[in-house]
Ligand binder design. Sequence first.
Ligand code: NAP
Length: 350
Amino acid sequence: MELKIEIIGFGTVGIGFLEIVNKKIDILKEKFGFIPKIVAISDKIKGTLFDEGGIDLSRLLEIINNGGSLKDYGSGFYDFEKKGALDVIKESNADIMVEMTYTNIETGEPATTHIKTALERGKHIVTSNKGPIALFYKELKQIADKKNLFMGIEGTVLSGTPVFNLIEDTLPPNSINSIKGILNGTTNFILTKMENENMSYEDALKMAQDLGYAEADPTADVEGFDALAKVLILSNVIMGGDLKKDNVERVGITQIKPEDIKEAAEEGYRYKLIGSVEKTSDGKILASVKPMKLPLSDPLSGVSGAMNALTFTTDLLGSVTIQGPGAGKIETGFSIMIDIIRIFKKIRSK
Ligand SMILES: NC(=O)c1ccc[n+]([C@@H]2O[C@H](COP(=O)([O-])OP(=O)(O)OC[C@H]3O[C@@H](n4cnc5c(N)ncnc54)[C@H](OP(=O)(O)O)[C@@H]3O)[C@@H](O)[C@H]2O)c1
C-alpha cells in the first residue's frame, strides 16, 4: 500500500525526514507493508515541487547534497508565489500533510492554518511544530477526531525520543500524576558547562552558540519560552489541561550565577531548568518552567549536556524516566517517521 505524503516547510527537519524515508524504504515495505510516496514539497524560500506520481528521492537528495535545491529538480517545480503551501494542501492528492515550518509561539501561524486546512481536506497531519499544538491543541484535535483523522505530534517534545507514543501505547492504564523534565538542550548545556568547567554564563552561552545549539538571539531558550511551549503541550495533551501561556509560571536561567551552582554542589544539589506539570488532589493542573535545585539522586540531575529527559509519576509503575535527544536533523526527522508508521497502522486496522 502507498501512503502519499506532502511536506510543508523544507528546512533541517524536512531534509532529515526525506533522508530517513530514502534510507528505510525497503524496511518500511518489508516490515510494515507500506511505501511512503512524497507527492509535494513546499517551502517559502525554496519553492514548490509537485509530482502526484511521487518525487524521486534519491535524485532530489543528491541534488541537495551537491548544494542544489528544489528548483534544480526540474519538472514539477513552481515558485512559491505561483503555488504556495496552501495551494499544495488544497490541491494535492496526499493522504498526510507533514508541517515543518518555523515555530511561532505567539500566533501559531502559518502552521495552524496549514494544519486546519489539511484536516478540513480530510488529510492526516504530522508536525514537529510546537506553536499550533501549544496554543490550539484542543481545537485542532476536535476537528481531527470529528473527521477520524490522526494528528501526530511526537516531534514537538524531545524530538524523536518517544513521549506521546509511550503515553498512548505503552503506559496505559497507568494514571499520570505529574511530569517533570529537562525540555531544552541549550540551557542544560549551559548549566552543565557552568558546573563542570567553571564557566561564566556568558562564556557557556557563547560556546552553545558556536556549536549551533543556541540561536544568535538565545531569548527563546534562556528565558524559558521554548520549554514553556513544551510544558503547555504536555499539560494539554497528556494531563487533560486547558492551560494558556499566562497560566504557566516561567523563569529562565539568566539569573543563575556560578556561585549559586557551586553552593548547590557543596550541598549535594544541581541546578536544572525544570518544566513541570502536576495534577492537584482537586483535579487542577499546575505548570511551571523554572530553575530548580535537584538532589544528585534525582535521575534528572544526571542528565548532562544538550540531552533532554522526562520523569512521569504514575500510579502503577511509580516514577518512569526517559532520556534522549531533544533536537537534531535526523532525530527530529525520525519523530515524523514514528507518526507516519502510526497512521499506517491506524489505516490498516480499519
Ligand atoms: N531542528 C530541530 O532539531 C527541531 C527539533 C524539534 C522541533 N523542531 C521544530 O520543527 C520545525 C522545523 O524545524 P527546522 O529546524 O526544520 O526549521 P527550519 O530549518 O527553519 O525550516 C523551516 C522551513 O520552513 C520554511 N517556511 C517558512 N514559512 C513557510 C510557509 N509559509 N510555507 C512553507 N514553508 C515555510 C522556512 O523557509 P524560510 O527560511 O523562508 O522561513 C524554512 O525553510 C520547527 O517548527 C521547529 O521548531 C525542530
